[in-house]
Every structure is written in C-alpha cells, then in structure tokens.
Design a protein. Sequence first.
Length: 244
Amino acid sequence: MVPLWLHLLAIASLTLGFACAALIAIAELRDPQHMWIMNLVWPTTALFGTGLALWAYLRYGRLDTRSAMAAAEARGADPPGTAATPFPAMVGKGTTHCGAGCTLGDICAEWLVFFVPAIAAGLGYGSLFGRMMFAVWIVDYVFAFGFGILFQYFTIVPMRGLSPGRGLIEAVKADALSLTAWQVGMYGFMAFAALFLFEDLMHAPLETGRVEFWFMMQLAMLVGFATSYPVNWWLLRRGIKEPM
C-alpha cells in the first residue's frame, strides 16, 4: 500500500512543477526568448526540475530574452546568453533542451497507451514482454525521439542557416546520442521505482493514472538529466551540438 506521506509528497511536487512552469511561461509572455523554441523548453523543464529549473531560468534563461539580446546589440556587445554563461551551464541548457523533448514525448506516450492499451499489446506485451512497462518504453522512445529531433531542428536550422533536409540530418546527429542517454537514465530509474520501491517494498503497482507515477517520472527525468549531461558536454566540445 502506498503510504499517505508519499501520496501527499507526490501531489506537492507535481503542483510545484506546474507552478514553476506557469511562472516561467508568464515571464516569457512578457519577454520571450530570442530563440522561440526555448519558450517551450524552459516551462517543460520546470515540470520535472521544479525550483531548480526556475532558478536556472532566472539565472541564465533571462540572458537570452529578446530584450536582453536587443540591449546587447545596441551596445555592440556579444550576446549575453553566451558571453555571461559558463560552459557547464551551457551544457546544462543543452541537456534540458534535449530533455524537454524527452519529457513531452514520454508524457504523450504514457497517456496514449493508458487510453489505448492495445498499442502495448501490439508491441509485444503479453508475448515478448511480461510487463506492459517494457512495451510502453518503445512508444516512449519513439515519441521522445520525435520531439527531441524536432526541438533540435528548430535550433540548428536558424542558427546555421541550413536547408530543411540538411537541418534534419544535423538535428539527428546532435540529439540522437544525447536523447538516448537521457532515456536510458529515465528507464533505469522507472524500473527501480516500479519493480523495487513499489512492487517489492509497498506491494502496490506503479500505474500511469496515479500521482505517484508522475512523481517518480519527475525523479526519473532528473536521473535522465544526469546520464545525458556528460554526453552533451562531449557533443558541445566536439562542435556537434550548438552552444546555447
């Protein structure tokens, strides 16, 4: 049985995530990001990063607003988002950029299978896999990959002035490894949470329709950030991914 304290903690954490995302979205409505895709990245990151994401936006995200960029251009100065952001923070921004696509993809995939469970059966649940979770991971990855590449495409193409076809190729090169590293971390934690914390310790299933599931997903996304961060460091150092 799931203890009451965990249920209440899950509600509090999810509420905090939505509140932080709303605060960032309101700030972006007043002063949008110079790169429009980041107007989606920051609030999405706050859904799992909560207070940490809000702090990162206030500290580094506001350096990339249209007003900040316009002020720098008027002074003839370098863009503040790169000039005033240390490399480790740039890596963090690049990682959250990837993670935002993963987050949206995972949310869409989990709810899709929740409402249409036949999808999991079609992907091997009951035949190849004894647990629905493993079949759902296939859907998670497909959706996360799609959103992640889309996010990267709308970053690389305007920054490099690429054609659509070339932009898609470069987006895949820049994000495929990072996204996979993120999903591996997320999968690992969700397997630990579902199989050990919930089934073995609490004797309760971890189901999509419960707030505890999405609280575990918040934590899993933080683990995904940790596993994807070194990959993004390498991609930025090699020039495969654009600094942000």
